[in-house]
Design a protein around this ligand. Sequence first.
Ligand code: ADP
Ligand code: 5GP
Length: 191
Amino acid sequence: MGNQGKVIIFSAPSGTGKSTVVNHLIKVFDNLEFSISATTRKPRGNEVNGREYYFLSEEEFSKKLKNNEFLEHEQVYEGLYYGTLWAEVKRIWADGNTVLFDVDVKGGINIKKQFGDNALAVFLKPPSIEVLMERLKKRSTEVEHELQERVNKANYELSFEDKYDIVIVNDVLEDTFRQCEKLVRDFTSRD
Ligand code: ADP
Ligand code: 5GP
């Protein structure tokens, strides 16, 4: 019962390490479940439909939008839509678990507004823009112009950090893991 209605939001500029941290937390905590978003972007190399995302056509996405199936949605990058489905959130709560969101800054702020004290909004921050660029290059999932678009967007996203409940700088990964574990433990054990 303790997790009913609770959500945890992680937002960060692309390349900060959000997926790395979120995947770690999912492994450590049995009572956390990842909210799989819907997106119109194409799957990357080893991504699987229904695991990282529900990969939808623009038509399918629009149809769900018209049917009010989204809790929130954003055009995160030019022509690419992402959104959280109510069905995901309800499924996770029905399992008695806390929902873990990996969403962009606008989506994160929107979800925080909807859930108030039942939401913990965490902003993960890179140590610097230079480090962010290095991480994105190392991950090498984007072509050059996409990489530039993500770095440009990072500066904009960083201006929203004070809208979050807590900001964590992802410098040494093990330190970030420990800090985030403590946050999740404290929040999920709270009444
Ligand atoms: P995001 O989900 O925020 O876009 P990822 O989790 O994909 O970012 O991380 C981007 C890259 O940076 C990956 O190659 C990941 O292994 C690496 N990374 C994540 N956190 C750290 C860290 N603290 N130090 C060094 N590299 C990191
Ligand atoms: P990527 O294409 O790298 O997987 O994700 C791009 C961005 O979209 C990330 O910042 C991620 O957090 C965000 N995102 C993923 N799912 C959603 C969602 O359902 N809603 C919103 N608003 N953003 C999302």
